[in-house]
Design a protein around this ligand. Structure first.
Ligand code: ZN
Length: 381
């Protein structure tokens, strides 16, 4: 017993000085060159099994070092082969009984046996700088690792856990965060671009419904669009600085005004303001200002503020209450030959009997007035 305590102490000391993990029970003593020290005794083959004898006594439940290799004899003294357990830790020995270390491929599964102790790795372990998940069974996991509650890790085919990187699975992209957890139900900024991940972890593309009619938009690459246009179907949409789709509002972009429907569709053509007032947007969506436009064979004038002119004069032109240009007397008086005009005493034709405070006038048709040599009032025409 004294000897065993001494050897255990030795093992611990060596472990500390050499950085070598101590084995559980069994007091494996390591030499100065970190090779395990030879165990005194010899093997004996009895009835198909190997036993180790020291000083003529069968050794029970101990590690045996022989010829630089490590063996274990169980409580009955039998040399272990294959999987065996010592103090709740699994080890693996080949058919020759030599304890193995490093990677072990068995039954189409990968296991890892500690390089020093041979202990089977369980849970998440770092091997040669990479992390692996061996679960509780010791089997190296690959692919998605379900942590429950919707959380996942991911290990590639090599078994190395993915961190801070993308994974394509099926037709979808996923992202494994710094902590190895799959991103889900969140937005991450990666390499300066923003990506949105759904509840299942799938990187979102296209329209992202935020509910209540609000949307974000991610391109095919998954990068969220901000401060930019998106064409979807035949319509144009705008994603604002905050990434939200513009809707039910008017924005000034690059000095031009654009209006958006509640659905987010950029408006073109007439935009009703109610009570017969309108704006007008070109095909490119920009609001027309200070220009005439043609629509349905009629002409309309959009004023400097973009409002459609109604019942007013624009230069030499008149528009009616619905905004349509009325052919003026100057340009098409022939049509008005039979209209009643007011001819003042100085033989000036007026359209308005109250023009310039005129009190005395005759009424006649325009044709009659022109026949008698009257000329048009510059104010009226
Ligand atoms: Zn007049």
């Amino acid at each position: 017993m004294k000897k065993r305590v001494l050897s255990l102490l030795l093992a611990v000391m060596l472990t500390l000085s050499l950085g070598v993990s101590a084995l559980a029970d069994g007091a494996l003593v390591l030499g100065a060159d970190s090779e395990p020290a030879q165990t005194e005794g010899k093997w004996s083959y009895e009835n198909g099994k190997w036993y180790w004898y020291t000083d003529g006594e069968k050794v029970l439940g101990q590690w045996i070092v022989d010829g630089g290799k490590v063996y274990y004899v169980n409580a009955a003294g039998v040399m272990c082969t294959g999987w065996f357990q010592v103090d709740d830790v699994w080890y693996y020995a080949g058919k020759d009984g030599a304890r193995q270390t490093g990677w072990l491929y068995q039954g189409k599964k990968w296991y890892y046996l500690d390089k020093q102790t041979g202990a089977m790795a369980v849970g998440i372990q770092t091997v040669d700088g990479k992390e692996y998940d061996f679960g509780q069974s010791g089997i190296m996991r690959t692919g998605w690792i379900d942590l429950g509650g919707g959380d996942y890790r991911y290990a590639g085919k090599s078994g190395a856990l993915v961190r801070s990187n993308w994974v394509q699975s099926g037709k979808s992209w996923y992202y494994l965060k710094d902590d190895g957890l799959m991103a889900r139900n969140e937005t991450l900024t990666l390499d300066g671009k923003e990506y949105d991940f759904g509840q299942s972890g799938v990187m979102r593309t296209g329209w992202i419904d935020l509910g209540g009619g609000d949307y974000r938009y991610a391109g095919k690459s998954g990068a969220l669009v901000r401060s930019n246009w998106v064409q979807s179907g035949k319509s144009w949409y705008y994603l604002k600085d905050d990434g939200l789709m513009a809707r039910n509002e008017t924005l000034t972009l690059s000095g031009k005004e654009y209006a958006f429907k509640d659905s987010g569709v950029m408006r073109t053509g007439w935009i009703s303001l109610g009570n017969g007032d309108y704006y007008y947007a070109n095909k490119d969506g920009a609001r027309v200002k200070g220009q005439w436009i043609k629509d349905g064979g009629k002409e309309y004038y959009l004023k400097d503020d973009g409002l459609m002119a109604r019942s007013e004069r624009i230069g030499d032109y008149l528009v009616n209450d619905s905004g349509a240009w009325i052919a003026t007397w100057k340009s098409a008086y022939g049509c008005y030959d039979n209209a009643t005009v007011y001819v003042s005493r100085n033989n000036i034709i007026h359209r308005d009997s109250g023009c310039s405070g005129m009190k005395y006038y005759s009424t006649m048709t325009l044709a009659q007035a022109l026949r008698q040599g009257a000329r048009r009032c510059e104010k009226c025409f």
